[in-house]
Design a protein. Sequence first.
Length: 354
Amino acid sequence: FSCREQPIFSTRAHVFQIDPATKRNWIPASKHALTVSYFYDATRNVYRIISVGGTKAIINSTITPNMTFTKTSQKFGQWADSRANTVYGLGFASEQHLSQFAEKFQEVKEAARLAREKSQDKTELTNPALNITSHQVLPSPIISSNGPGEDKLFRSQSADVEITTEKERLKKMLSEGSVSEVQWEAEFFSLQDNNNKLVAALHEANANVDQWKKQLAAYQEETETLRQRVAELESQGAHDSSSENNKEELSQTLEELELLIKAKDEEIQVLKSQKCGRWEAEGEREETLQKLQELEARNAELERRLHLAEQTLAETLAEREKIQNEVTKVAEIMDVKIFELSEIRQGLAKLVES
């Protein structure tokens, strides 16, 4: 581009061109985003979109009133350039950047249309074939027009106006036809692009379904293992109930031993208080002392049994608490797995419905 052209708007975007062989796939023009700018040539009154990658012009598109910029997605837009015989596509970083570029395209397109109309009006006014300029006055209502190798033809002003009107009508029809053609072409490429995206999404969804099925099978296997573990813990819990009965029996035995020890202690106190007053004979005294010793020995044995029973009870309670903690932990793990299984099934159901 020449130095007489000035940039009026610039942005960053990934540049694509349609594949000339298939007219379906997009070919990236570069690996990274490029600067895409609108340039205005004041000398020729021309607007262009230019993007340079290194020393090569990636985009050099002169904007005409027949062009149409089409948004094919939230961040992608395209337009067809019949002079370059290609379709350009731009991928933006955000929807806002795409909207700004599209608005500027519409403004430049309208400016190009006004410039063309002004140029056409100026050409018609200064065309020597009409023998009319903006400063001439019509000498008569009859205008002559001579063509090479033809006879002289005479036309009235009304006929000339009708021909001009017909030319404008044909010009408008051709312009609308070109716009429709570009719009249809842009829509066609947009539909192809969306179709390719849907096919890729379908392949990805199928891959996700296979992965979910494998994960579901693994969860089902793990759930079955947890169920077996729960069954084992429940059987241990049943055994624990028998331990509960044994604990009650031990508690009852302990109470009986404590009552017996208490009774013997009272008997010992009675014997000690009575031995000085009642037992006068040495034989009775020895017998009483022997009974006392037996009672003390029995009392010690009962205390030992009581200590063993208390220790057994404490161990039984600790084992029962440990089993209850394991059962609670396994139940929590099963709740989490069941919740994950329900979410996977819901996801599969939604995917099948879609």
